[in-house]
Design a protein around this ligand. Structure first.
Ligand code: F3S
Length: 402
């Protein structure tokens, strides 16, 4: 690989041992993937910060790194395993929480921002079109590539750390023009309207394309940021796509020919395909847990939840997961009070997938508006999922059934 003098100095250990190790990781990764050089990146979104995911190995790794290195570029932190401020109130175990806090301290010491969210693009980390970044967290990666038109590969904890410490990534994969075209064409005949609809479409597409790139055509109306958030998260969990294009509505797809051969045979997504996905996440009867905010809620979603809960009481557990920054805004707007008065919990910094406690609560079923949560709930927590629209989720929480 061709390295600049500064990159070679990093590799030679002139910037310290952690920088040397990090550059070595990146050079090795680059060689494996045929990269000819490094790219300077604008920022990092760091995954692998949840103690539930990293365990003691991750904790020790970051402890060592934080002894002699700092981040060269801005870095936000992904969702962690506890509510950073209210872990005792929410009931997270002390031992787990203390180790989680230790991981956070190390990242903060190195210069990372304590965003603790899978939606960094809602709290200030918004890369521009064509900008190279190093992001982890599947739902954030796909949003960054597809909706913002920034460029990132799927980074894991160690590679994101290496990128933050060196300010570089090897030039391969989705950083290169030739790898950003679509592989599958999906003709959308049942146009999604609600977030559940977008999650269903994303889930369908993810199963179809795996880690390849789908191109959606047939949309007549611009999806909202929350629609894209819901679709991308589902797409990246039923499959592993890191990029999608919606013809006419995402920045690299002004027209079909810009992202895929126009003669590509399309796969149709119609009512039948929609119903098949819904049938997989169908539940009838009692519900004991309802989750909104996977990915973490926007302020619009907080308002919607508050309006639906105004003057009501929930019978089930209700978690609304969000970032601390959105929670603060929600507090100011009075949405948080309405939600809490109705018996809901606003859980910041974490989510049911990354926190340690759900089995102790004895839940059997979960209603959610998230395709990602519906996908993971059975395997992770043995929860039977119902994928519903937001208003149906809140109704399920109030009535205790669907
Ligand atoms: Fe975010 Fe947790 Fe869902 S990290 S995307 S809320 S699984």
């Amino acid at each position: 690989m061709r390295l600049t003098q500064e990159e070679q100095d990093m590799l030679d250990g002139k910037h310290g041992e952690t920088v040397r190790k990090c550059m070595k990781v990146l050079v090795t990764l680059g060689k494996i993937n045929g990269a000819t050089h490094m790219i300077e990146i604008a920022n990092v979104h760091s995954p692998g910060v949840s103690y539930r995911v990293t365990g003691d190995a991750g904790l020790n790794y970051i402890k060592d790194a934080s002894e002699d290195a700092k981040f060269r570029i801005p870095a936000t932190l992904n969702t962690i395993g506890i509510d950073y401020e209210d872990w005792e109130t929410v009931g997270f175990p002390k031992d787990f929480s203390e180790k989680q806090l230790e991981i956070c301290d190390c990242y903060h010491k190195m210069g990372a921002y304590a965003t603790n969210t899978c939606t960094p693009y809602l709290v200030g980390n918004v890369p521009g079109f064509g900008e190279h970044v190093a992001w982890g967290e599947s739902s954030a990666i796909v949003f960054s590539n597809s909706v913002l038109g920034a460029r990132t590969n799927r980074e894991g904890g160690p590679t994101a750390l290496a990128a933050a410490v060196t300010g570089r990534v090897p030039a391969y994969g989705l950083h290169l023009d030739e790898n950003r075209k679509g592989d599958f064409l999906i003709q959308v005949e049942r146009e999604p309207r609600t977030d559940k609809d977008f999650a269903v479409l994303g889930y369908f597409a993810g199963k179809l394309v795996g880690t390849k790139t789908p191109v959606f055509t047939g949309f007549t109306k611009r999806p909202t940021l929350d629609n894209f958030k819901a679709m991308g998260a589902a797409l990246a969990s039923s499959g592993g796509a890191a990029l999608f294009h919606v013809v006419g509505f995402t920045p690299e797809a002004p027209h079909l020919g810009a992202v895929i051969d126009e003669k590509t045979e399309p796969v149709v997504f119609g009512q039948q395909e929609y119903d098949q996905v819904c049938a997989k996440f169908h539940l009838s009867g009692e519900v004991d847990f309802v989750v909104l905010g996977c990915p973490h809620t926007s302020i619009h979603e907080m308002r919607e939840a508050a309006e639906l809960l105004e003057g009501k009481k929930v019978k089930t557990g209700l978690w609304i997961c969000t970032s601390r920054q959105i929670k603060n805004l929600s507090d100011t707007m009075g949405y948080s009070k309405t939600i809490i008065d109705a018996g809901g919990e606003i859980v910041c910094d974490t989510c049911p997938v990354l926190c340690p406690t759900l089995t102790e609560r004895g839940y059997k079923t979960v209603a959610t508006n998230s395709g990602k949560m519906a996908h993971y709930a059975p395997g992770l927590w043995n929860l039977q999922p119902a994928l519903l629209d937001t208003d149906e989720c809140i109704r399920a929480a109030i009535e205790g059934k669907v």
